[in-house]
Design a protein around this ligand. Sequence first.
Ligand code: FE
Ligand code: FE
Ligand code: FE
Length: 164
Amino acid sequence: MAVKQKTMDDLFLETLKDIYYAEKQILRNLPKMAKAAKTSELKQAFEQHRDETEHQIERLDQIFEMLGKPARGKTCQAIVGIVEESQEVMEDFKDSDALDAGILAAAQAVEHYEISRYGTLKTWAAQLGMKDAVKLLDETLQEEKKTDALLSKLADQAVNRKAA
Ligand code: FE
Ligand code: FE
Ligand code: FE
């Protein structure tokens, strides 16, 4: 019996499941990061991004629906590791002045993973002729980039405050 060769559609679906799983882990971790952060700006950034993340999951739900597939995640070892590292830094630097710097770095690692995934998915959706999916994936990609830029800004502000 010949094994059916996997296609680009399979690859797209598998990667969609990967980011679906990742977003759900991120949704659970963001309130913990908001709680752990010392500065109110950082707390606020995480709270706002948590709300955005809910919408991002809804967009993924819509794409699964377009494909006629059940919305189901598949364990993403990358996000498991990144989230574990963020929890480690929150625990190990709890009483440190460097806590927010550590949390910021962990949060940026999350955003960079997401930017990578959404960039890829958007490109593949275009190749597969899924115009509506391209639009949804781009909306989320822009949110992730905006969040990354905001985190960079907060990191720079912290550096400048220290220098002042
Ligand atoms: Fe996200
Ligand atoms: Fe992954
Ligand atoms: Fe994000």
